[in-house]
Design a protein around this ligand. Structure first.
Ligand code: ADP
Length: 156
């Protein structure tokens, strides 16, 4: 059976930290589906369509990565696309507490889905979508926090 992992998140924007998690997880799975969770109540910087475009551009040469969006419960979407694994990244103790609660609730709902956590590489620990979003919003240069070759202006 194909090992499929879903990597869910807001990815507003997709950062060098997210990219690193996906690239490091690729040897562990046959396919990784990057899934943008749409929260209609949250105001976003980049539209879901443009987030899909941006992430697709990052993995243009990687056939085992798919990019999509979803609404609703992450575990339900896993079932829909046949993902047996939920991939998440851990930076800090705060991430751990947040991820622990979500991971255990997901496990209670769908025990057959395993959450897999990768520790962030040291250099990406401070990289955080909220801060990168603020830098972009206030006209700063966020290039070094974004995947190589990405010009954020194309997606705003
Ligand atoms: P959410 O909005 O669901 O918290 P994000 O889009 O911020 O999601 O991030 C998606 C996933 O990527 C989460 O598991 C988060 O912990 C992880 N992540 C975010 N930034 C980094 C980073 N710099 N290094 C490693 N993992 C990260």
């Amino acid at each position: 059976m194909e090992r499929i992992a879903l990597f869910p998140g807001s990815f507003d924007p997709f950062t060098i930290g997210h990219e690193s998690i996906v690239r490091r997880a690729l040897p562990l799975f046959d396919k990784i589906i990057i899934a943008i969770g749409i929260n209609t109540l949250k105001k976003s910087l980049i539209s879901p369509e443009n987030r899909i475009k941006m992430i697709t551009d990052v993995f243009i040469n990687e056939k085992r990565v798919e990019v999509t969006s979803f609404q609703g419960l992450t575990v339900d979407f896993c079932k829909k696309v046949g993902a047996q694994y939920l991939l998440r990244g851990l930076r800090t103790a705060a991430d751990f507490e947040y991820e622990r609660a979500i991971g255990q609730m997901n496990k209670a709902m769908k025990p057959e889905i395993e959450s897999i956590f990768l520790l962030t590489s040291t250099e990406y620990t401070p990289v955080n979508s909220t801060i990168v979003r603020d830098i972009i919003m206030y006209g700063g240069d966020a290039t070094k926090f974004l995947p190589k070759g990405i010009d954020i202006r194309k997606y705003l």
